[in-house]
Design a protein around this ligand. Structure first.
Ligand code: ATP
Ligand code: ZN
Ligand code: MG
Length: 410
């Protein structure tokens, strides 16, 4: 409701959207502006863009005409609810920096998207869906070779996992509660002659949306997988861990619906992740996570990547955010490799070093020889992201690339 808002909202109207500006109900600390801004993508379908500052929120809200007072109040009330849930009583996490190479000199300072699109090296199919041409494909192969060498150094066993994941799996590891906003559901037409015939004859797209009666679709049994390592944990569920420890590696398609945050190659709906996964005793997992970081540090030094490794949290949904993020931070469960994007003076997570304690061991009943639940950890790299960050630092001309990358990827 409007009366809940500190300060009177101001708006400027244009034919296609209305800009709403208002004061958050509680001041938003610096370290939460990004987290809250990214969540506003999920607050209302009409929100086209959001900007969050300590004492001001600006929304671009789709409205063919003027936005009604009722809609305006409704949108603002929903945003204030998010602000309260995420910012009220929050305390600043202590950011731990394990490596800082952000100042490494790099030769390129433009947004590579412009050149990539102009040269036809990438093309966009839809929001968050990109075709990658030979330049990025070869770069991805180069980085994959580095990650495979890392996996080999641990004698990781290779796996291939399905792109779909059973709904019951995600339920069992609490994924629906933690990350409902970014799920992508898979379905199919019901096994019913009439439904299928009807679809075959009338299916058509309007505004990129398939016009199909919702009851044509079967109940959802599977989703598109949001991560790689869950598949391994489920394959180990409900039995003693073979040999007391497992190291595995796999690459897979991952899906996270990030709504209006799906911009450029930085944030995709469909991306590819390479993971090296450790399952065993606590010390085994933590020591290997640390070893992986040290080994990757050498790779990034050879390549001349400007980046930093710092503690982070997963993008939990609004209601779960405060508690879970604080927990992850307190126990140093997640560190991100954040590469510098010189063109926007920002950083982007190209990978993460994760420790889940015995969460999966307990939830999935994976047991160590002494009967205790296994601990797990994973090292995960976003392949499109690392290629993008490299291009943002070194440009599209292989002549400017470090020799090793040029030789192997150009
Ligand atoms: P971010 O903080 O950028 O939202 P995340 O913390 O959710 O990423 P992880 O769950 O740690 O990411 O996933 C491992 C890696 O997968 C990330 O470091 C990143 O490189 C990549 N990744 C995650 N989400 C996306 C996405 N939407 N598009 C492209 N790559 C992604
Ligand atoms: Zn993982
Ligand atoms: Mg993150």
């Amino acid at each position: 409701m409007c009366s809940d808002i500190a300060g009177k909202p101001e708006e400027a109207t244009t034919p296609d959207f209305t800009t709403l500006e208002f004061t958050p109900q509680v001041p938003i600390p610096d370290y939460l502006t990004g987290e809250i801004q990214s969540k506003l993508a999920y607050v209302d379908q009409q929100i086209l863009a959001a900007q969050v500052k300590e004492d001001q929120i600006t929304l671009k809200v789709a409205s063919p005409g003027d936005l009604t007072a009722e809609r305006r109040a409704e949108v603002i009330e929903k945003v204030q609810r998010v602000v309260l849930s995420m910012a009220k009583g929050a305390f600043k996490p202590k950011v731990q920096v394990l490596e800082d190479h952000l100042a490494r000199p790099v030769p390129y300072h433009s947004d590579p998207m412009t050149e990539l699109l102009a040269s036809g090296q990438i093309s966009q199919e839809a929001n968050g869906l990109f075709v990658l041409g030979p330049l990025i494909t070869r770069l991805v192969a180069y980085f994959e070779a580095q990650f495979l060498a890392l996996a080999d150094s641990f004698q990781a066993a290779p796996y291939r996992f399905p792109t779909l994941i059973p709904a019951g799996y995600l339920e069992r590891v609490n994924y629906f509660r933690a990350f409902p906003h970014s799920l992508t559901f898979a379905t199919h037409l019901r096994e019913d002659l009439e439904v299928i015939d009807n679809f075959a004859q009338h299916a058509a797209c309007e505004h990129s949306e398939l016009q199909t009666p919702p009851n044509s679709f079967a109940p959802i049994q599977a989703l598109l997988s949001p991560a790689v390592c869950y598949h391994l944990y489920f394959s180990l569920a409900d039995r003693p861990l073979p040999g007391g420890r497992v190291v595995a590696t796999a690459v897979g398609n991952c899906f996270r619906y990030e709504a209006i945050n799906l911009t450029s190659l930085e944030r995709l709906w469909n991306f590819t992740m390479r993971e090296v996964i450790f399952v065993g005793e606590k010390d085994f997992v933590l020591e290997n996570r640390e070893l992986a970081r040290q080994r990757m540090s050498q790779v990034f030094e050879r390549i001349g990547l400007a980046y930093r490794v710092e503690s982070a949290n997963d993008p939990f949904f609004i209601g779960e955010f405060r508690k879970q993020a604080a927990f992850q931070s307190a126990f140093q469960l997640k560190f991100e490799i954040r590469a510098r994007l010189p063109f926007k003076d920002a950083t982007l997570a190209v990978g993460s070093y994760n420790y889940h304690q015995d969460f999966f061991g307990r939830s999935l009943n994976i047991t160590l020889p002494d009967g205790a639940p296994a601990h797990t950890g994973c090292v995960a790299f976003g392949l499109e992201r690392i290629a993008f960050a490299f291009l943002a630092q070194y440009g599209l001309d292989p002549a400017s690339w470090p020799a090793e990358v040029r030789q192997l990827a150009a």
